[in-house]
Design a protein around this ligand. Structure first.
Ligand code: NAP
Length: 480
């Protein structure tokens, strides 16, 4: 079977909407229709919860090794189909093919890691408080999990949630973004080929995300919601989950500071900023959203960094050597334009870029702005585009205060060669993830997640599987 799958997956069957409705998936680089995909209603979505609930007892009862065997087959199939999956990601999402291949490897790494981690779920035997009691704490899967995912990493945001859930013994209903359902459906097809039992993974595609979200959060059989997306939608889901007191993981927006101190290795800082800012055309939650540079290195940094930015190749992600693809949609592009216009009107200067790019209607030129200040919109909101705003500062405490002056707390980065400063700043930054002398921090082995309004819970590493487990305490009375 082709990896191109236009139908939703419910109980091991590919199904269309009961109304027969479909929606168009658009290639953001060309505007062409990639595929027409099933547009399921909120009612259709209930069948997916039914299937996940019915499949749960049998899946949970397998040994961790049996689940791991299926997950490992899934990992192998994703890896074998890297090229086809990468092409699909580029087609519906726009990122350069080289980055899409990287996303497949990154996404697959969670399946591999959690296949192993599922076999290391331990409980405790606790010294009792009375002589005739024995105390245990065991870990059990939470139950049916709903996973709602964004468009910017259409494969990895799914495997980062679904792999630990499945390894723990949960069953899942995935709701991918309407912008990128095809990658989600393709990885589900590979799960089928790996021998995943019917109902263990279900994937519901549809345009009416709020209505589908209401069903997933309102149904008491769903015991956990795991969401990656905007802080605004995360707050809606948080409220909606309150009625049935679900467990919740939220991976939300960021406003990452990238701080370059006077004592930084300049070349390393420029390399890090390029990767951290321009990956996925600046559309990642951990992208540098504010680049803070100390006065003593400011001008040299701006010169070296903007020379690299000016040389970037902007083109359809399928073009050989493309480094910056299109933005996801017209709203995404409008936000970038508004942020830049606002900054320029308030006194910032564009060293390069600062306008749309002629590669197509959704392309924006990689941009470096200097003289950016706190009163500009981009200081407090995620720009989610290829725009690098540079702020100048003089003292370490000033940089820390500026970095922490946001409601977000996902990722922060800094460059320094001073060991004492490394620890001072690492501890002072109010963020869930800190990159020191590196601009790339994502890996399956580490706990990824934010503080403040960037979210709840962690994905990846040993912490990632805990999110899908409940602790059950047993107090056993014995005759002495
Ligand atoms: P979004 O608009 O919040 O959408 C995320 C997902 O939620 C999509 O599947 C969307 O469906 C769905 N959705 C929208 N409204 C909903 C509702 N009322 N109820 C239930 N589901 C709803 O975010 P996005 O624009 O796709 O993604 C970009 C955001 O994600 C950025 O803020 C970024 O920082 C954040 N992000 C965070 C992380 C992290 O790990 N912290 C990682 C990646 C991205 P439709 O697309 O079909 O509307």
């Amino acid at each position: 079977m082709s990896l191109y799958q236009p139908l939703s997956l419910i109980n091991g069957q590919w199904v269309g909407a009961s109304s027969g409705a479909t929606f168009d998936v658009i290639n953001p680089a060309t505007g062409a229709i990639v595929e027409k995909v099933a547009d399921l209603s909120a009612d259709d979505c209930k069948a997916a919860i039914d299937a996940a609930e019915a499949a749960f007892p049998k899946w949970a009862a397998l040994t961790a090794k049996e689940r791991a065997t299926i997950l490992r087959r899934w990992f192998n199939l994703i890896t074998e189909h890297t090229e086809a999956l990468a092409e699909l990601i580029t087609e519906e999402m726009g990122k350069p093919l080289a980055e899409a291949r990287g996303e497949v490897a990154y996404g697959a790494s969670f399946v591999d890691w959690f296949a192993e981690e599922g076999r290391r779920i331990y409980g405790d035997v606790i010294a009792p408080h009375m002589a005739d009691k024995r105390i245990l704490a065991i870990k059990q899967p939470v139950g049916v999990v709903a996973a709602i995912t964004p468009w910017n990493f259409p494969l990895a945001m799914i495997t980062r949630k679904v792999s630990p859930a499945l390894a723990a013994g949960c069953t899942v209903v995935i709701k991918p973004s309407e912008d990128t359902p095809l990658t989600a459906l393709a990885v589900c097809e590979l799960a089928n080929q790996a021998g995943m039992p019917a109902g263990v993974i279900n994937c519901v595609t549809g345009m009416d995300a709020p209505a589908i979200g209401q069903v997933l959060t309102g149904d008491s059989r769903v015991r956990k919601v795991t969401f990656t997306g905007s802080t605004q939608v995360g707050k809606i889901l948080y409220r909606q989950c309150a009625d049935s007191v679900k467990k919740l993981s939220l991976e939300l927006g960021g406003n990452a500071p990238f701080i370059v101190f006077d004592d930084a290795d300049l070349d390393a800082a420029v390399d890090g900023a390029m990767l951290c800012k321009f990956r996925n055309a600046g559309q990642t939650c951990v992208c540098a959203n504010r680049i803070l540079v100390q006065s003593g290195i400011h001008d040299r940094f701006v010169e070296a960094f903007s020379a690299r930015v000016k040389a970037m190749k902007v083109a359809d992600g399928k073009t050989e050597g493309s480094e910056i693809g299109p933005l996801i949609n017209a709203d995404g592009k409008a936000k970038v334009e508004q942020h830049v216009e606002d900054a320029l009107a308030k006194g910032a200067t564009a060293v390069c870029g600062g306008s749309p790019h002629d590669a197509g209607p959704l392309f924006y030129s990689p941009t470096v702005l200097v003289g950016v200040t706190k009163d500009m919109r981009m200081a407090s909101e995620e720009t989610f585009g290829p725009v690098a705003p540079i702020y100048r500062f003089d003292r370490e405490e000033e940089a820390i205060a500026l970095a922490n002056d946001t409601q977000y707390g996902l990722a922060a980065y800094f460059y320094t060669e001073d060991l004492s400063r490394t620890f001072r700043v690492y501890e002072a930054l109010d963020y869930g993830i800190i990159g020191v002398n590196t601009g790339i921090i994502s890996t399956e082995v580490a706990p990824f997640g934010g503080v403040k309004e960037s979210g709840l819970g962690r994905e990846g590493g040993p912490h990632g599987i805990e999110e899908f487990l409940e602790t059950k305490y047993g107090c056993i009375g014995i005759k002495l």
